[in-house]
Write a protein that binds this ligand. Structure first.
Ligand SMILES: C[S@@+](CC[C@H](N)C(=O)[O-])C[C@H]1O[C@@H](n2cnc3c(N)ncnc32)[C@H](O)[C@@H]1O
Length: 255
């Protein structure tokens, strides 16, 4: 793992110890409820991905940077064969915990998505990629690898942050005491900020805002056709009073 991924893996391990919301696995009660209702896939904080995005595509699913025991159990409860790729040991342990508790098989792969994905071409029917590419500097590599490991006709469902979030210091999102001011030019890049003297801590890890060109254009350049899109927001985030803070895309690998 490179220096940035290594540090971010430690960051996610720490957030998991602190029970950060995106590290808390599905409870036994919620898993039982999930089996009785339609599949609820979360790519961004609040909205659910439309069922037509993935239903009928097939059963082989890759949860890309999707540890934490959330998407994995939800999909397994609905009969999907799930592989979770994540680089955080604790995030994978959360999936292992639910799988053991509920008695289902799951393929857990500790890997860094900045490297070639450890899967053969055309291994999956669809990929679920919740917000995570803000921890990776080169997302065009991720789009290309996702394209490669999908079968023709397969789909990539990705959540990502509105780059505008990175114009403002994160502390201002949740505290009235920090002014919501434009502080950073885009694209924001923690590695460049570090070179200018910022200390990167496990409070935030290394993050990258990206551009719409790399988020949307990058998927098109990888060969995908974009089929749908929605915006989402985050409860209690002060910046969210002014604009949507998250987006999700449905990208299909042509037949
Ligand atoms: C916001 S969580 C997404 C999964 C979570 N279940 C959810 O619904 O939000 C981001 C995940 O991306 C993983 N991640 C970040 N950078 C990664 C990388 N380079 N390779 C693999 N996983 C990565 C983190 O370990 C973390 O589990």
């Amino acid at each position: 793992m490179n220096k940035i991924s290594n540090f971010n893996a430690k960051t996610w391990d720490q957030w998991s110890q602190e029970d950060f919301v995106w590290t808390v696995p599905l409870s036994a009660e919620k898993y039982a409820q999930a089996k009785e209702r339609e599949t609820e896939l979360i790519l961004t904080p609040m909205k659910k991905a439309p069922l037509w995005w993935f239903e009928g595509l097939g059963k082989r699913v890759l949860g890309l940077a999707s540890g934490g025991g959330q998407q994995g159990p939800e999909l397994t409860a609905h009969g999907y064969e799930v592989t979770i790729l994540d680089m955080s040991t604790r995030q994978l342990q959360a999936d292992a915990l639910v799988a053991r508790r509920e008695g289902y098989p799951i393929d857990l792969v500790k890997a860094d998505m900045t490297n070639p994905f450890p899967f053969a071409d055309a291994s999956f029917d669809f990929i679920v990629h919740p917000v995570a590419n803000c921890y990776v500097e080169d997302i065009e590599h991720v789009w290309r690898e996702a394209f490669r490991v999908l079968r023709p006709g397969g789909a990539l469902m990705s959540g990502w942050t509105n780059p505008i979030m990175y114009m403002v210091d994160e502390e201002a999102f949740y505290s009235d005491e920090v002014p919501l001011e434009i502080k950073h030019a885009l694209p924001y890049n923690s590695r460049h900020e570090e070179q200018k003297g910022l200390e990167i801590t496990t409070g935030s890890g290394y993050q990258f805002s990206h551009t719409l060109d790399t988020q949307i254009g990058g998927q098109l350049r990888a060969g995908f056709q974009l089929k749908d899109f929605y915006e989402d927001n985050e409860e209690d985030n002060r910046l969210g009073q002014y604009c949507s803070l998250y987006a999700a895309t449905l990208a299909v690998k042509p037949q």
